[in-house]
Structures are given as C-alpha cells and as structure tokens.
Write a protein that binds this ligand. Structure first.
Ligand SMILES: COc1ccc(-c2nc3ccccc3n2[C@H](C(=O)NC2CCCCC2)C2CCCCC2)c(OC)c1
Length: 233
C-alpha cells in the first residue's frame, strides 16, 4: 500500500493556488440572479457576456498567481490564457451549477438555463458535463488545482516552449494526484476520473462559438475582451 504524503513544499504550492482561486472567484450571484427571475433570451445573453467578461478578468488575475507563470515567454502566457479561457469558464459554470443549494433550487436553475436562449442541441453535452463534475464532489483544493492544470496545458495552439509549461503543470498534477489518494482512499481511480473531465471539457470548446451565435435572438453583441477570447465576431 503506497504511503502517500504531501510534502511541505507541495502544501505551500497548494495554499498559493487555493488562496488565489478563492480571491479570484467571481461572485456566485449569477445562480441567485437566475433563481430570482426569468429573463428574456436577450437579457440572458447580456448576463452571460457580462459574467463571462468578468470571469476572464478574474482568470487572468488567478493565472498571474500561479508560481512560474509570469516567468514564461510572454506570447506563451497569452496563448495559454486564450487557449484555456472557454474551458475555465465552463469548469467554473459546472462548479456554480454543482454547488450545494436548498432543495429544488438546482432543478429551477437547470430549467432557467434550458430556457435561457441557448439552442437545444447543446443542452445535453453541457449538462452531462455539469453533472459529471457534480458527481465528483470536489473539495476547493481539487477545484483550484484542476483550474490551474487546465490553464497550464502545454499543447494549446501557438505555445512555443511546451516543455516550460510542462515543468509548471507537472508539480500541480503530482499534488492533485496525492490529494485525490488522501481524499478518496476508497476510490483509487478518482484522480483518473478527474483528469477525464478535462477531456470532456475540451469537447465543449468545439461547441462554444456555435452556442453563442445560435442563441435565440438577433444581433449578438460581444465585449471587446470576449471578441479577443471567444472565436466570435
Ligand atoms: C455559451 O453558452 C453557455 C450557456 C450556459 C452557460 C451557463 N452555465 C451555467 C451554470 C450555472 C450558472 C450559470 C451558468 N451559465 C451562464 C453563466 O452566467 N455562466 C457564467 C460564466 C462565467 C462563470 C460563472 C457562470 C448563464 C446561463 C443562463 C443565462 C445567463 C447566463 C454558459 O456559461 C459558460 C455558457
């Protein structure tokens, strides 16, 4: 039986990531807002673009706190952010959707999202992902590390020095692996399940631009930041 122990250095790395993650969590208010009222497709689209814009800004701040990130080649820093922003947004949405809510609230939230204006064909892949994240019952350390690992994916388009990114991602993967063994001793394959979610997350990337342009309304307006990050307009 492998005796797993998180070293002092690994605990310090985890603390840096979790503190940054908690400091840069956008307010959960989007779920509360959606539970309060029903909005038109136009209002929902505006809410999505506002939430997504602030989430990208928060993601940049979180990423700057990842040890070693600011020492990477500057073009590679941009390539990593651009390459992971949509995945980080869906990962955050899944965490918001899976958070503990009073009885029946998650069902109302799901209903509001289903009727928000997004076209039918994307509901299944999106909710399948949200539910598969929810089933993992991740602790915040796992959520924070998974977000950092998503950002530090070496094979994003246009990344020049992939080895430098691997050198940052590997210690995160090792801490997460140990954490999973310690947190879920009954589930030796838990870490593999967690990484499997990252593969599912990449498929949402493919749907993303079409989810936006097919939103049930005319004249989809995006903020300049979202035009940079999303493949729209
Ligand atoms: C591209 O298509 C879509 C479709 C749905 C969502 C989504 N899934 C959600 C699950 C839980 C709560 C909110 C959720 N959202 C939108 C939102 O506000 N997402 C925020 C993005 C930044 C990080 C926090 C969540 C809602 C959907 C209902 C209409 C208003 C926007 C989504 O979030 C990427 C993207």
């Amino acid at each position: 039986k492998e005796k797993v122990e998180i070293t002092k250095a690994q605990r310090a790395l985890m603390k840096v990531i979790v503190d940054a993650y908690n400091r840069h969590k956008i307010p959960q208010d989007v779920a509360k807002k959606l539970l309060q009222d029903q909005y038109s497709a136009e209002e929902n689209f505006l809410l999505l673009t506002e939430m997504a814009t602030s989430q990208v800004q928060v993601l940049v701040e979180f990423t700057k706190n990842i040890p070693g990130f600011l020492s990477l080649n500057h073009e590679d820093q941009i390539a990593l952010l651009k390459g992971s922003a949509v995945e980080a947004m869906f990962l955050r949405s899944a965490q918001v959707f899976s958070q503990k809510m009073p009885n029946g609230h998650t069902e109302v939230l799901e209903e509001r999202i289903r009727k928000s204006g997004i076209s039918e064909e994307f509901m299944t892949p999106m909710f399948n992902f949200y539910k598969s994240i929810g089933e993992l019952h991740m602790i915040e350390e796992e959520q924070a590390l998974l977000t950092a690992i998503t950002i530090l994916t070496p094979d994003r388009p246009f990344v020049k020095d992939q080895q430098a990114v691997e050198r940052l991602q590997e210690p995160m993967l090792e801490v997460l692996r140990k954490l999973c063994v310690l947190q879920h001793p009954q589930e030796p394959q838990y870490f593999a399940r967690l990484l499997g979610r990252l593969t599912e997350l990449r498929t949402l990337n493919h749907y993303h631009a079409e989810m936006l342009t097919s939103w049930r309304m005319n004249d989809h307006k995006f903020t300049p930041l979202l035009c940079e990050i999303w493949d729209v307009q």
